[in-house]
Every structure is written in C-alpha cells, then in structure tokens.
Design a protein around this ligand. Structure first.
Ligand SMILES: Nc1ncnc2c1ncn2[C@@H]1O[C@H](COP(=O)(O)OP(=O)(O)O)[C@@H](O)[C@H]1O
Ligand SMILES: CC(=O)OP(=O)(O)O
Ligand SMILES: [Mg+2]
Length: 409
C-alpha cells in the first residue's frame, strides 16, 4: 500500500511517501521512500524546498515567485519527475493522509475527506486561520492533480484532546459560550499522542500506567498532560494562539490587552496579525521566530534576544508546573519538535526548575545528538526524554487503520 502524507505546519509543508504491508505494520517508523519539506520561515517570500529519497537522491531549491498552492504542486511533481523520481505517476498512490489542525466539535476521529468534511475544515478556519486554510490547500492540490480518484483522509490535531475532562475544557465565561462551541480544543494532538506512545516504549512501561508531560516545541508550541494514554489537559485552547509563547504567536495574554486595542480602534484583522504573526520570539526580539537565530543573537550579546528567551523559559516552566499539577505527579517530561529536539540549553534551563522533584539531567546525554533517548540520570525519579516527533508516520498509520475499517464494512 502506497501512502502519501501531507503535513502542513505554520512555517513548513512536510510530505512523505510510505510503502507499507497492511497486514504487518512495523513497530518503529520505517524510512519513507521519498521525503520533502518546504520551509518559509527563513526569508520573506522565499520557499526552500528539500527533497530526499531512500535511494540517496537529494534536491535543494529556492522557489521565489510561486503561490503556496503552486509550491506544493511543484514539490509533489518531484515524486515522479527528475532525480528524486520514485513513482511513475500519482495514480499509483492508494491513499493520501493530511494533518488537519482544527476539527472543532465535529471530528473526534480521523475521517475520509468528502465535500462535507472540506466545508467543515473551511468553516473551522476562522478558529485556526494560520493552519486550516493551508491544510485545505494540500487537499485541493491533490484533487487538482488527480480529481477524486484517490481516497484522502483527514487526521485531526484536536482529536487526541477530545476527551479531556470538562473542567479542563470549559472557559470561565458565560455558559452560553460553551454551548456555542467556545471551549478549549487543544492542538498538536497527533504529535502528543505519538510521543507518549514512544515514551512508554523507551521507558519499557505500559502507557496506561504513566503520567507524562509532553512538550511539543516547534514554531507552534504546546504542552499536554497525558495520563494513562489520554490527554487530560493542554496549553493551547480554542485556537492555536493560546498557551505558551511561540515563534510568532503570543500565547496566553491578559484579555484586557485586546479590549484596550479594540477601544483604541484596532480592527479584528490587525489584532489577529499582532497575536498570531508579530508576537512571540519575532515580536519580542525584533530578529526572528527561529530559535537558532535567537541563540546566535544571544551569543553576540543581543539584549532583546536574551529577553525573548528568558520570557519563553519563564512561561514554559510555569505551564509545565501546571500540567504536573493536573496530573498530580509526573513520571517523565518529553521534549519534541524542532526546538524541543534540538535546543539542549533550553532543556537544561527548563529542567532546572524541577530539580526540587529530584529531577536530574545527564549533561552529556542532553548534549548528545541522536534523538529518542533518556537524558536524565539513572537515579532521577522524573525521567526526561527527547523524542523525534513522527507526525507523518502517525498519519500514515491512521490511513491504514481507516482503510481496513472501510474494507471490513
Ligand atoms: N538546531 C536547532 N536548534 C534550535 N532550534 C531549532 C533547531 N532546528 C530547528 N529549530 C527550531 O525548530 C523550529 C521549527 O520546528 P518544527 O517543529 O519543524 O516547526 P513546525 O512544524 O511548527 O513548522 C524552528 O523555528 C527553529 O526555531
Ligand atoms: C497547531 C500548531 O500550532 O501547529 P504548528 O506548530 O505546525 O504551527
Ligand atoms: Mg509542526
């Protein structure tokens, strides 16, 4: 079975092609036949395309003038054209899986994409304006090339959090708001779920016996409190703007600031732009949303980059504390995604706050490169894991599960 996965993030479009035997799924993520990534985070208006195949072919290109949709179509063409060609045409693919960020109240499980599902994804775009429209573009790019010949499956970032206790879901607003769907949804669920399962594997424990705080720190950042394999609390909320400070998003702020901005004549669009695109690391440092450039600027003595880093760490520590309280304890902290997997100093700075629990980091293991490892000392009662998130693999597994479900009916 050939499965193509499209994983659209706020600053990137990742894609993978897997070949799988339906009856014998591997316990570890297999190497994809073809992997591609488009990154928009470095230079305004420039998309950096990187493609690699299992056979060792590599392509790197900078794409300047195209729209996002055209860029995605160009990326897909490298599947059947040029040196990175691995298939003869897109028609060979059996199923396409998409990460869809917001599934609202409607989708608590992965689903086959129909006209109705697409309309719902478009409708929920008002709550996830940075994400749902690009998820839909991925779906439309496939339709544009292939029509409706291939089943497409939506895997929702909100699904893993759908069964959180009501007290973690409801905002202390007039009750009617909750009745109208204004509640905490939570995001990055595909990643939080995958790394929780992998953490149990690494710890050699049953997931149903564990209390985990999973820290997804990428361009967007969120935490989940995972108890017995279920998300019981998370930092993102009604939208992916909430919770932790992020690359360009503010995370939680005093709602009074929004009221003040409105009274001073700012429009909804302007406020959206401030909190989603001009805040976080970018807004505070004035340099970049990219942690690597923030670290470089700090090394050169830039005070605003240092301030941005300090605020990020302060907020991260306090929310990890909140997740531990929701769990009434913690067996392991799990760091994942671009920042979580790579920024060793950040992990050390964050973990320092939890030394009172006996948590001890092994400095050498923390600075060691390969991911999927325990970086705490053997006697640390709270383990600290670094796990490479494999959202694409999790989506591919969902495609297999749903295809089998449809076939059995
Ligand atoms: N070596 C590194 N050191 C520190 N941060 C890194 C490193 N590599 C990547 N990052 C950070 O990871 C972020 C992207 O994370 P990623 O999970 O790929 O994002 P998304 O999926 O949200 O687009 C970048 O903005 C960058 O700040
Ligand atoms: C939900 C979300 O914030 O996703 P990303 O981190 O890919 O922007
Ligand atoms: Mg991501």
């Amino acid at each position: 079975m050939e499965i193509l996965v499209l994983n659209a993030g706020s600053s990137s479009q990742k894609s993978c092609l897997y070949i799988l035997k339906e009856d014998a799924l591997p316990s570890q993520p297999p190497q994809p036949l073809w992997e591609a990534q488009i990154d928009w985070s470095h230079h305004q208006g420039v998309a950096e395309l990187k493609v690699k195949t299992i056979h060792g072919a590599v392509l790197k290109e900078e794409l300047k003038t195209q729209s996002r949709l055209e860029t995605v179509e160009y990326m897909l063409q490298t599947l059947w054209q040029g040196e990175t060609k691995v298939i003869n045409n897109l028609g060979e693919i059996d199923c396409v899986g998409h990460r869809v960020v917001h599934g609202g109240d409607k989708y608590h499980d992965s689903t086959l994409i129909t006209k109705e599902v697409k309309e719902a994804i478009a409708d929920f775009a008002k709550f996830a304006p940075v994400h749902n429209p690009v998820n839909l573009e991925g779906i439309e790019a496939i339709e544009h090339i292939l029509g409706d010949k291939i089943p497409q499956i939506a895997v929702f970032d909100t699904a893993f959090h759908a069964k959180m206790p009501e007290a973690a879901i409801v905002y202390p607003l007039p009750y009617e708001f909750y009745e109208h769907g204004i509640r905490r949804y939570g995001f990055h669920g595909i990643s939080h779920q995958y790394v929780s399962q992998r953490a149990a594997q690494l710890l050699g424990k049953d997931l149903t016996s564990l209390k985990l705080v999973t820290c997804h720190l990428g361009n967007g950042c969120s935490l989940a409190a995972v108890k017995n394999g279920h998300s019981i609390d998370t930092t993102m909320g009604f939208t992916p703007t909430a919770g932790l400070m992020m690359g360009t998003r503010s995370g939680d702020i005093d709602p009074g600031i929004i009221i003040d901005l409105l009274r001073r004549g700012h429009t909804g669009e302007q406020i959206d732009d401030i909190f989603n695109r001009r805040s976080g690391f970018l807004g505070l440092s004035g340099i970049s949303a990219d942690m690597r450039l923030i670290e470089e600027a700090i090394a050169k003595g830039n005070n605003r980059a240092q301030l941005a880093y300090d605020v990020y760490v302060h907020i991260l520590r306090s929310f990890i504390g909140a997740m531990i309280a929701s769990l009434s304890g913690v067996d392991a902290l799990v760091f994942t995604a671009g920042v979580g997997e790579n920024a060793a100093n950040l992990r050390a700075d964050v973990c320092q706050s939890f030394e009172f629990l006996g948590l001890k980091l092994d400095e050498e293991k923390n600075n060691h490169k390969p991911v999927d490892r325990d970086i705490s000392t053997p006697d640390s009662p709270v383990k600290v894991l670094v796990i490479h998130t494999q959202e694409d693999w999790a989506i591919a597994q969902e495609c297999v599960r749903l295809t089998q479900l449809v076939a059995s009916h």
